[in-house]
Write a protein that binds this ligand. Sequence first.
Ligand code: ATP
Ligand code: MG
Length: 597
Amino acid sequence: MTDEPASTGSVAYFSRLLIPTLKEAPAEAEVPSHALMLRAGFIRRTASGLYAYLPLGLRMLAKVMAIIRQELNAAGGQEVLLPLIQPMELWQKTGRDVDYGDMLTTVTDRQGRRSVLSPTAEEAITALMAGEIRSYKQFPLILYQLNTKFRDELRPRFGVLRTREFLMQDAYSFDADAAAMQRSYAAMRQAYQRIFRRCGLPYVIVQADAGEMGGAGSEQFVVPCATGEDVIVRTDDGAYVAALEAAAADAPAPPSGQRTGPAMEEVFTPGVGSIEAVCAFLKARPAEMIKTLIFRRGEGLVVALVRGDHELNVSKLARSVGGRVELADEAAVRGLTGAAVGFAGPMGMAGRVAALRIDPAVAAMAEGIAGANRTDHHTRHVVAGRDFPLAGDNIAIADIRTAVEGDTWHGRPLRFERGIEVGHLFQLGDKYSKPLGASFLDDAGTQHDCLMGSYGIGVNRILAAAIEVGHNDAGCILPAALAPFDVEIIAINIDAEPVRQAAEALSRQLAAAGIEVLLDDRPARAGVKFKDADLVGIPLRLVLGEKNLAEGRVELRRRTDKEASTVELARVVGEILKLLADCRHESADSGWHSRMV
Ligand code: ATP
Ligand code: MG
């Protein structure tokens, strides 16, 4: 493992750097990190979901990238660089041209060739390595890049948290068998823990849904934060932590004994198709309803049943039926049920569709209200196992819903909280190597597909997440490892020659000790300089004034301190080095990661 980066000291002058701070938060800013990154002059918006990085912002990105490089190299990774533009045929070979859908941005060149602006690079790296991997002796192989990604996000928002263009560290591992793939995965997981720890970010590792990536195991690194877009679910003891999309919940116990009760009864429900409308009309609760949803899977149809108060989870359904599903269109629904959309029910469906999936909560209902497969009609007293089957070749009881507050996991209550996904790990298996022909020969000369993993970190998101969890009313409180400079020197009345000389001398001394110094040498009022220093959020600040200097002292304040202390000039360098080491130590040892993981 690596040590802290050997910092090369330097002095930068505020008066010459482009640091266009803003007094007010622009109206477009929705979350604190967005407002502060604009106000502190780190970024500027070019267009929807596109941001330019100004010098301070870029310095921070560079720090994150340096940490990533060190840790991935230490974990055995090798850096490569793939083109941003990738041939469309590669995406067609894996079917992800369809799976990614409108997120893909395509370009057509003068020869009429269609290409994709890389939203990720599984296809490109696998095709590349198909030509390079011959033998098991080349494994393990972990390749990574730090490169621009492009996704045509439906709603770019929250500043650099969700943009169309962003910097991703994407890594790919190649191995001979499942155990070796898991070893590479474990090495990357550990490297990611070190990366986020060194970045000073609190995180939890959550079980995740593999989404468009496919494959088996998947985990996310999430920064707990009230403004985050992701929801994580966990038990109080931390034994179970999952992304909401992937979270499992206990199923209610099925009713004991014979499933009898009154026979089914059709009721006239004119024009009321939605759960809410039916409930209002029949004076029932959503939990008494059986929601019947119809999906298309390839050429076939899939019927999915969830309780009226639950939401179907499309990824879980897709996993349960072994492939991508999408909501069936109106014609397909009419064709199957003989009724308008909103009146589908489970009766008689099993024999007419490719698959029937029943959520355990539906299987556990004593009886329910369902669509009657007849326009403007519903059916009461629908009993699972009596009026529709719970078992059969194409039938399964499977967890296909999203967990809700109040659910339990192994009897323990599930807590819900928000967070920001900063990293994602996947065990891909042969999902990409098979269609793209990345194979190797084992020691007996037999050919096998490589087993892969893929690993991504949102570099820009790290900055925003760090500010989202590190700020106050006055501005950013940056982790030392990410701050554009280690120390800001504020020279009050810089025009006074002794002050200028002392500021220059101290800056040089600090730089010689390997410290990155920002010297605020502007001929501005002290108040302006203090405000900007708070806004930018560099961890340590030294204030040089004529009075203190005359006594051979300077003022020292951490960004997190309310009060400043005075330090003898002769001791400043040592003190700063000690404080910086403490800051780094704190970010490595405190916070959620040690408690939760
Ligand atoms: P999300 O669920 O937030 O859309 P994702 O799961 O689609 O992200 P991955 O494919 O896992 O993203 O990409 C790896 C990492 O890249 C993510 O963990 C995240 O940090 C970052 N990332 C993904 N999309 C964006 C985006 N639009 N803007 C900034 N960073 C992003
Ligand atoms: Mg992800």
